[in-house]
Unconditional design. Structure first.
Length: 129
């Protein structure tokens, strides 16, 4: 077990038991280790913001696996608060975690952005595609 439910900031050593050849996995592992030892929420959010969408989702999965709840909460909060900046990340996160409120916020920037127009003056149907 790599982390504890408190955020795993008290770890002294980390043993990596599998090879890290892929640059994406290296990026996620590096972010994971930095975030586990960071206590400054703005710097943690800044670190998450620098990652690609795929890397953020991989990081969230790793944090769930290692039960680093404190860091996971920071990542989840950042994803939930930034659907306007990274709508597809928020949308995919919401689908994977069955997070309806985040899905609802992200949908207006993804699926509903230009596909559907609301016209209140029409009586028969208000949705036009």
């Amino acid at each position: 077990m790599l982390g504890t439910k408190t955020g795993a900031a008290d770890m002294d050593k980390v043993i990596i038991t599998e090879p890290v050849d892929c640059p994406v996995r290296k990026e996620v592992l590096e972010a994971l280790l930095v975030l586990l030892h960071d206590r400054n929420q703005p710097s943690m959010e800044s670190r998450v913001a620098k990652l690609s969408d795929e890397a953020v989702l991989d990081l969230v999965a790793a944090l769930e696996l290692y039960q680093a709840q404190e860091v996971l909460d920071v990542c989840a909060r950042w994803i939930r608060n930034s659907p306007a900046l990274r709508p597809w990340l928020a949308f995919r996160y919401a689908l994977q975690h069955r997070d309806i409120s985040t899905l609802d916020c992200a949908a207006r920037y993804t699926l509903a952005s230009k596909l559907v127009t609301y016209r209140p003056h029409m009586k028969s149907t208000n949705l036009i595609t």
